[in-house]
Ligand binder design. Structure first.
Ligand code: NI
Length: 388
């Protein structure tokens, strides 16, 4: 089975779909047109699908014989970025842009739908195609899981195009590769008063400043030096006037880490510091911790499968080690429940001016990599189903 040759049949189709998605980018959880187009394309192929929420689409390709189930995932949302390029396929939706390449993800999965549909009589098992909304707001994966997308799924696979990895390379790596991303909110309550007589009040601002400093000891004194952890307070609002004691302070921040265990421990570590620090200044504090995305931890066997699939469709040289990244990805939600792996498709090509980082207003991809993305989805699914 030469899957790359099959993918080449749909190369022009994939390029066209990518450009169409690029022209009509839609914000997270509002991918109405995109989802409608995906359903139209699946309908043309006679591939059954179900809608999850307003903009999630999960299609199913059943092989002739019974077997395992693998889910391939593509996220489909865009961002609030003003596209700066003058490409003929530039965004037609003012202020919204496919600056993270999710247009390519949706198109590649549609390309893979064609390939897998062509070879379904040879397949042993089932392929689910998950077109996922809302990755940028970390809601889409959770919504699909709640909607039952992972039911009966044995393995997951996903990919992301990236503007700082050379075109022609695909980066893979087992273990923790991308960080978690969670959010916290702290409200410190004191008692207001005159700035000349702080003793008569309880200064929420001073307590908040101490909390900001004490939170830094989680990384420096409490978690292992072998682990990467970030606790950042990004916002602190307190006070109304130079000579008034602040009666309230509100902080917001984010945490990042690469381990499920540390992620579980962070809220209680933080709450202890927040509440006891506030108390030591006679203030009170409320602490709220909001889980957004888990760390992306790739399964070892799955990552080896990806390596072999890349070698089959490209070459050994195409495989690159995936560095640990502080960014996050809600594909991690699937990986927390089902083994699988997430790979990075390099799309940086100087001659084509596609070396801008993701989320940059000039972000674009080397479209020559689309066919490999299509082939990799299909090859990975094929190899998994035929060998399990
Ligand atoms: Ni992205």
């Amino acid at each position: 089975m030469n899957i790359l040759e099959l993918a080449k049949k749909y190369d022009q189709y994939t390029r066209d779909m990518r450009r169409e998605f690029h022209m009509y980018p839609e914000l997270s959880m509002k991918e109405v047109r995109t989802a409608k187009r995906i359903k139209e394309e699946l309908t043309k192929l006679g591939i059954p699908f179900e809608s999850i929420g307003e903009t999630g689409v999960v299609a199913t390709i059943k092989g002739k014989n019974e077997g395992k189930t693998i889910a391939l995932r593509a996220d489909i949302d865009a961002l609030e970025v003003n596209e700066a390029s003058n490409a003929p396929y530039k965004s037609k939706n003012e202020g919204i842009m496919h600056a993270c390449g999710h247009d390519a993800h949706g198109a590649m999965l549609l390309g893979a739908a064609h390939v897998l549909n062509d070879i379904k009589d040879d397949l042993k098992g089932t392929v689910k195609l998950m077109f996922q909304p809302g990755e940028e707001v970390a809601q889409g994966a959770k919504a699909l899981i709640q909607g039952g997308a992972l039911e009966g799924v044995d393995e997951v696979f996903g990919m992301h195009v990236m503007g700082n990895i050379p075109s022609g390379k695909i980066a893979i790596g087992a273990g923790p590769r991308m960080a978690s991303c969670d959010m916290f909110r702290i409200k410190v309550k004191g008692v207001g008063g005159h700035g000349s007589m702080p003793n008569l009040g309880i200064d929420a601002l001073v307590a908040a400043a101490a909390i900001v400093m004490n939170l830094q000891t989680i990384v420096s004194r409490e978690t292992s030096p072998m682990e990467s952890v970030v606790v950042s307070v990004g916002k602190l609002v307190a006070g109304t006037r130079f000579n008034v004691i602040a009666d309230e302070a509100v902080m917001e921040g984010t945490t990042r880490c690469f381990s499920y265990e540390i992620r579980d421990q962070l809220p209680s570590m933080m709450e202890r510091i927040v509440k006891s620090t506030a108390a030591s200044y006679r203030a009170e504090a409320e602490f709220e911790y909001i889980n957004l995305t888990a760390p992306t931890i790739n399964n070892e066997e799955s990552t080896e499968r990806a390596r072999k699939a890349i070698e089959k469709i490209m070459s050994e040289d195409a495989v690159m080690e995936m560095a640990k990244m502080p960014g996050s990805e809600d594909f991690s939600e699937y990986l927390e429940k089902v083994p699988g792996t997430f790979v990075i498709v390099g799309t940086a090509n100087k001659e084509k001016d596609t070396c801008y980082s993701n989320h940059h207003p000039m972000f674009d991809i080397d479209e020559d990599m689309l066919v490999y993305g299509v082939a990799l989805h299909a090859q990975y699914a094929y190899d998994y189903l035929m060998n399990e």
